[in-house]
Design a protein around this ligand. Structure first.
Ligand code: CMP
Length: 143
């Protein structure tokens, strides 16, 4: 069965331009519960490690520089079929190709500065949630 949690990151472009609140509201409107969330300025090493799967791509250095250019907002997002549904809600990587009403069509600037990241598989969701959040945070069993 598909998992009920995925990782979303509101990227530095959307945080800097004051769109974070609208994006969170959009995700909640799409049925997601925000299980954990924080504002974080990634170090270059963290960005390189998070996006290591893309390290041979021509856009890797630029992507890592962008992701460290200002604060971002990682979130654990919860609902049934979390990974697949979130990718529908955020739309295509390139906002010019994203369907009407998706987060990237509404809020992204470009293929790189595309407002939000979402895990692309259940396995990656587990890895990416673990990159940012403890088990206690992920489950809400803290305090
Ligand atoms: P994300 O979903 O975070 O996964 C990898 C990121 O790399 C992607 O969103 C974009 O920000 C960026 N990216 C992917 N393809 C390109 C590209 N062709 N040019 C620039 N950036 C890209």
């Amino acid at each position: 069965m598909a998992g009920t949690q995925t990782l979303g990151i509101i990227k530095p472009d959307a945080v800097a331009s004051g769109k974070a609140g609208r994006i969170v509201a959009h995700l909640e409107g799409a049925g997601y519960t925000v299980r954990a969330m924080r504002m974080s300025r990634l170090s270059l090493r963290e960005a390189q490690a998070f996006y290591a799967v893309h390290r041979e791509r021509p856009f890797y250095d630029s992507l890592c520089a962008f992701m460290t250019s200002g604060p971002c907002i990682p979130m654990v997002l919860e609902r049934a079929d979390a990974v697949r549904q979130l990718r529908e809600v955020i739309g295509a990587t390139d906002p010019a190709e994203a369907a009407a009403g998706t987060v990237r069509q509404l809020y992204a600037e470009s293929k790189e500065r595309n407002a939000i990241h979402a895990s692309d598989s259940d396995d990656n969701a587990v890895r990416e949630i673990g990159f940012f959040f403890s088990e206690a945070e992920r489950t809400g069993l803290w305090g």
